[in-house]
Unconditional design. Structure first.
Lengths: 313, 200
């Protein structure tokens, strides 16, 4: 009567136990194509072929949603790479392709952008980067525990394996902070920077070490500097100074993502600060924060200047 | 033996503690919270904005617009703080360029209440027109109303507050509430973009 031989012959628990190796075999058929997609996505990202990078990375994200084991890690890095590609696109690499197929029902990145302002397209990439960063962060805890090898082969390209899920997760979080700062959600930036365990970010030296290690996109570094300068300047102007000077230096090289007006504000804060002035430790003079070295002795980097309390009147 | 075991435990604890102490902040640091969308209220200078993907819009408008492929977003805007009584800041119909960025980056331009109403039956169209947000001078009292964004039913499928974006052979699941609303305000001759989330 019952047409299912499995149901006839095995009790439920046995069926689950028997099914496990079958599931594993079925899943293993996917890990290699996923690995190739990640290789391709990474290569495209490095070659600045951003639409291809997004397409390949997203294919991993979408095809492996329900699968266990190493795919958790592959899926996480798929989201990571898609986020990186969109972040790059938001700094001068927008997918601007002409098309006549535009209407009032949605303009898809990569399909169409001719009627949009460049900044509008950049914002679209920022939003998409947040979406993928959010997915990655959601999957981070499981990805950190997932096996990095299957069938004695690495499930990730060597560069991503070296970076590791933990540092990639930090990258995504820092990128989120930078995007919030760029879209002027200062309250959210402050909340993220204030959360416990973020003290390492509040010191310029440790922050720089983290930023370099987790390989954030260049413009992300500039906006992180700005976010931390803005966060610290009220309660700890001495700590804010190095972030301010670095933001000005990096801001000029962030492919137009950092407005000139913002750099002027930062420079004004340094030069006209009511509490402190920053002086060269060698010749005791001040210098504009936009210059790399002391304008007088030309020996000391302006970022290494020391704070001197201004006399109170 | 007891002493030996105790020493072992202590030395292990010291070693473990030492290892943690070498990089405690970085260890704890990597605990990012899940992304909970863009803030749905905020200020751009003295312009204060709140936006919501309104879960109660169906009772307000007499029909569930999402089921008909129209995303209704409530917008409230006003001037707050120093200079709010004197400054002339406005939303100009031909410059405010309202748009909704879906989480995957798709840009959906706003449609007028008239166009949104045309997609509905005659019974519900008047409420959609009547409750629409009208761009005008921004005052110290909040201006409120609905903005409408029309989705292409061939590409988007709405399922409750979830959205599926079909593209080629894939279907991308999106949380509609993670979208970002954008529009421009005009301050004198300067056009300033405003961004706000729409989390209910």
């Amino acid at each position: 009567m019952n047409t299912s031989p499995m149901t006839l012959r095995f009790p439920p628990l046995a069926r689950i136990v028997l099914a496990l190796p079958l599931c594993a075999c079925a899943s293993e058929t996917h890990f290699k194509p996923n690995r190739r997609l990640l290789d391709d996505a990474l290569a495209a990202l490095e070659a600045n072929q951003l639409p291809t990078a997004v397409q390949k990375a997203e294919a991993v994200v979408l095809r492996t949603q329900a699968e266990p084991g190493p795919y958790v890690l592959q899926r996480f890095f798929g989201a990571y790479l898609a986020a990186q590609a969109h972040l790059s696109a938001a700094a001068g690499g927008a997918f601007l392709e002409d098309t006549a197929d535009q209407d009032e029902t949605g303009i898809r990145l990569g399909e169409a952008a001719a009627t949009l302002e460049v900044e509008d397209v950049a914002v679209a990439h920022l939003v998409a980067a947040m979406y993928h960063a959010g997915l990655g962060i959601e999957w981070l805890a499981r990805a950190e525990k997932a096996p990095a090898h299957a069938e004695k082969q690495a499930v990730l390209p060597p560069e991503l394996e070296k970076l590791g899920a933990k540092d990639a997760g930090i990258n995504l979080l820092l990128s989120q902070i930078a995007v919030f700062a760029r879209l002027r959600f200062q309250g959210r930036v402050d909340r993220l920077l204030r959360q416990s365990g973020r003290e390492a970010l509040h010191r310029f030296e440790t922050c720089k070490e983290i930023v370099d290690r987790v390989q954030v996109r260049p413009w992300v570094g500039a906006w992180l500097d700005y976010a931390l300068y803005d966060f610290l300047r009220g309660e700890n102007p001495v700590a804010a100074y190095k972030f301010a000077v670095d933001a000005v230096a990096r801001g000029g090289d962030s492919k137009g993502t950092f407005p000139r007006g913002l750099m002027n504000q930062i420079e004004d804060w340094v030069v006209k600060n009511p509490e402190y002035e920053w002086i060269c430790p060698r010749c005791a003079n001040t210098s504009p924060p936009s210059l790399p070295r002391c304008i007088h002795c030309e020996q000391v980097l302006v970022i290494e200047f020391t704070a001197r309390k201004k006399p109170t009147s | 033996m007891k002493h030996g075991l105790g020493s072992l435990v202590l030395s292990w604890a010291a070693a473990f503690g030492g290892a943690c102490a070498s990089e405690p902040e970085l260890e704890r640091y990597c605990d990012p919270p899940d992304f909970d969308g863009f803030p749905s209220s905020g200020s751009e200078g003295i312009v204060y904005v709140e936006a919501r993907l309104d879960p109660g819009h169906a009772s307000d408008l007499g029909t569930d617009l999402l089921e008909q492929g129209i995303v209704p977003v409530t917008l409230s805007i006003q001037l707050r703080g120093k200079g709010a009584d004197e400054r002339v800041i406005r939303l100009e119909p031909d410059r405010w360029d309202m748009r909704l960025y879906l989480p995957d980056g798709t840009v959906v331009p706003g449609v007028s209440a008239e166009k949104a109403a045309r997609k509905l039956d005659e019974e519900h169209a008047p409420a959609v027109r009547k409750r629409a947000f009208l761009p005008s001078l921004i005052g110290t009292q909040p201006s409120q109303g609905y903005l409408y964004f029309a989705l292409d039913s061939k590409r988007f499928q709405v399922d409750g507050r979830a959205l599926h974006h079909r593209e080629k052979k894939t279907s991308r699941p999106l949380r509609l509430a993670d979208s970002l609303l954008a529009f421009n305000v005009t301050d004198g001759d300067t056009v300033v973009p405003c961004y706000v989330g729409i989390r209910p």
